[in-house]
Ligand binder design. Structure first.
Ligand SMILES: *[C@@H]1O[C@H](CO)[C@@H](O)[C@H](O)[C@H]1NC(C)=O
Ligand SMILES: *[C@@H]1O[C@H](CO)[C@@H](O)[C@H](O)[C@H]1NC(C)=O
Ligand SMILES: *[C@@H]1O[C@H](CO)[C@@H](O)[C@H](O)[C@H]1NC(C)=O
Length: 680
């Protein structure tokens, strides 16, 4: 059910945005440079500039007159910033209109930034004498920099980003800031039920007539998609507050362009608000004076009317929490008492989970940097909803478990940790890191959902191990260098295909020793197979060819993992890894031959052979096809092996010194590998 939603989301996402989004750091680390220094962008692409100390701007000149503002060209306005490492909440975003070069510079006079080489270009030619290098050369002897006379932003959108109630705190962050004329202020809503409402200085917590007001934004998502955006029309001070309950009195107030001295400062405003007698006046019901975007979380769906929300993952009725087991997303109890709203004096309604459709965001807030330990996140409703259901409820645990099952469940747990780590690392970068904008939001959500499912799947192994008092596997230090999004997708696909192979092998093994584990294994298999299909879609591969039910013996999974993913692990200390022999050496495919007929199918592979691999004996490649079938093909001295006919899609291979060994005995005959081969 949830998986269906994900694939639909991906199709929708792919058919939509194709434009790319770039981020540029301006003066990060105190350096007088743009990073990256130039960007190759297509019409429709967007570029967001992030500002660091000291006081930089982006301005446009023509090639021949660097540091001199071209009338009507791009100008961000100056962004005075305190930090060299954290970007200012002000950003400037431009949309690329054509493929012509755009020449840009930092116009800061103090220190002559442009003349010192702080220049930047969109689509500069990379050869000829009018390239970025030549522009910088000219800048070094240019006259003092110039900017538009009125100092306002041009040719792009200057935005100050403000978080509303982040981390459950009753604050705006930042709450005191400047915004020049022509700047937008974008308020992003976080969980609870807040507003952004304009007041006067003298009457904090009371709506200003004809002032802006977002309306109430109840949401459980963090960050939510809901944003309220206003435009700053002049340099007069602006005062605002949250109109919910007594949030304003508790300090949920803010100012724009407030004087820093005199008696009308931000601090004076906040003090005044804290002495307000009556609760806030809620303001008009509907929003006004700004633009509310992404209102999806504003309209909670009634629980009965939502098919997708029925059944699994439903909360117990609100007000009746499971005893002794507080939901993971409760506010921490160590808040200083003074900050807590007096009981019963806050008319904000508790957002019962059953009121909202399942949403992806929120759970990763807690777990983005640390993978939850077994059991730690089972009560996190966001996680359960996003995964499309909680952990397995009924295992049918018998009185005992065999040693062999323990060993294989530990391997499964070990491997689930890797997939979880991969998905979380990629998701974090897509969602809020350096890959932000690489994919539409729907796709990023799908990866988040896969990570949530990764957690739920892992409980199959960890619950069972814990039930029998057997050790679960610690997280290792992983070696998951993710060069770019494609690399990430590739690695996820490898890992998921490997787990599919492993689960098939385990199902066969458990069927002989611990039959209750067969259905447990089968349900994980279903989820992983669908995950592989989704990744294939994202890679533009035909989905049908790929989630091949290729069987992969557990020993090979262990070898591949040790070769490719683990840099440091608690092997030995926990007494676990020892049942496994040393991993096989890595097997590398140097190159392949492809045939033209038969849709560029791979016909030959060339392996990198090590001298130590018993070259005096015969070598074979074992190709593991679907359903446990193995085909053998000899390897010549140059490492060449012909791919057996009628194999398609992804196939695992290993190097052996025997042929015609059944898959169950293959590990004992292997020299190196495994490796995944895409045949076509
Ligand atoms: C250039 O700028 C510097 C620093 O602001 C200033 O001292 C100098 O007078 C300016 N030169 C001209 C020609 O305007
Ligand atoms: C706003 O601008 C004024 C005048 O330039 C400056 O003194 C003040 O520090 C600025 N306030 C903030 C919060 O940056
Ligand atoms: C949000 O708060 C307002 C004002 O207290 C209230 O009327 C509304 O019902 C709340 N919405 C939700 C979903 O709790």
């Amino acid at each position: 059910m949830a998986i269906l939603t994900i694939s639909t989301a991906i199709l929708l996402g792919l058919s939509g945005a194709l434009a790319e989004h770039f981020n540029v750091n301006v003066g990060k680390g105190g350096e007088l440079r743009f990073d990256p220094e130039h960007i190759q962008a297509a019409p429709g692409d967007t570029i967001t500039y992030h500002f660091f100390s000291r006081n930089h701007a982006v301005a446009e000149s023509n090639f021949d007159h660097p540091c001199q503002y071209t009338e009507g060209g791009i100008f961000s306005g100056f962004v005075p910033t305190a930090s060299e490492s954290d970007p200012d909440p002000t950003t400037f975003t431009v949309t690329v209109h054509d493929e012509e070069p755009v020449w840009l510079y930092c116009p800061q006079l103090n220190g002559g930034h442009c003349q010192k080489g702080m220049v930047h270009a969109i689509n500069p030619p990379d050869s000829g004498d009018r390239n970025l290098h030549a522009y910088r050369e000219r800048a070094s002897s240019a006259p003092n920099s110039t900017v538009p006379a009125d100092g306002r932003p041009y040719g792009g959108e200057r935005v100050v980003h403000v978080q509303v109630g982040v981390d459950g705190e009753f604050v705006f962050s930042p709450n005191e800031f400047n915004a020049t004329t022509g700047t937008f202020v974008e308020f992003a809503f976080n969980p609870k039920n807040h507003t952004v409402t304009q007041s006067s200085f003298d009457k904090p917590c009371v709506p200003l007539e004809n002032g802006f007001h977002s309306g109430f934004v109840p949401t459980e998502d963090s960050p939510s998609d809901v944003k309220f955006k206003i435009e700053i029309a002049n340099d007069h001070p602006v005062w605002f507050y949250c109109a919910q309950g007594n949030h304003c009195k508790q300090g949920m107030v803010g100012s724009i362009n407030a004087p820093v001295q005199g008696d009308k400062t931000f601090d004076a405003f906040r003090r005044l608000a804290s002495h307000v007698e009556s609760p806030s006046i809620p303001g008009p019901v509907a929003g006004q004076g700004g633009e509310l975007e992404g209102g999806k979380t504003q309209h909670p769906t009634p629980p009965s009317g939502n098919e997708e929300n029925g059944g699994e993952g439903q909360q117990p009725p609100s007000g009746n929490p499971p005893s002794g087991n507080p939901p993971a997303d409760n506010p921490p109890s160590d808040n200083p008492p003074a900050d807590n709203p007096p009981a019963g004096n806050d008319d904000e309604q508790d957002l019962g989970d059953s009121q909202n459709p399942p949403t992806w965001a929120g759970w990763e807030q807690d777990y983005l940097n640390t993978i939850p330990k077994p059991g730690e996140a089972d009560n996190n409703q966001h996680l359960v909803d996003m995964a499309g259901g909680g952990a397995i409820a009924a295992y049918g645990w018998p009185d005992s478990i065999t040693d062999s099952a323990v060993k294989y469940l530990q391997l499964l747990n070990w491997f689930d940790n890797i997939i979880l780590e991969l998905l979380m690392a990629g998701y974090q970068r897509l969602h809020s890191g350096d890959w932000q904008g690489a994919y539409p939001r729907t796709i990023v959500d799908a990866i988040g959902a896969m990570a949530a499912q990764g957690y739920m799947i892992r409980t199959a192994a960890t619950d069972s191990l814990q039930h029998y008092n057997k050790p679960t596997m610690e997280l290792c230090k992983y070696n998951l260098d993710l060069a770019n999004v494609d690399d990430f997708l590739g690695k996820v696909l490898y890992a998921v295909l490997m787990e599919i192979g492993l689960l098939l092998d385990l199902a066969a093994k458990f069927a002989e020793t611990d039959r209750w584990l067969v259905p447990v294994t089968a349900s994980s298999l279903g989820v992983r197979a669908r995950m592989a299909a989704v990744i294939n879609l994202m890679q533009n591969h035909p989905a049908a060819a790929s989630p091949r039910e290729a069987y992969l013996p557990a020993e090979f999974v262990y070898s591949y993992t040790r070769q490719h993913y683990i840099s440091i692990c608690g092997t030995g200390e926990d007494g676990w890894a020892e049942p496994w022999a040393e991993p096989l050496p890595n097997l590398e495919i140097d190159r392949t031959d492809k045939s033209n007929h038969g849709k560029h199918r791979v016909t030959n592979i060339y392996l990198k052979l090590e001298d130590s691999w018993a070259r005096d004996r015969d070598l074979w490649v074992a190709y593991m096809g679907p359903w446990g079938s193995v085909r053998y093909s000899p390897v010549d001295d140059a490492g060449k092996s012909e791919v057996p006919a009628n194999l398609w899609g992804h196939v695992w291979i290993v190097l052996t010194h025997k042929r015609d060994v059944p898959i169950t005995d293959l590990y004992g005959a292997s020299v190196a590998g495994p490796q995944l081969l895409w045949i076509g």
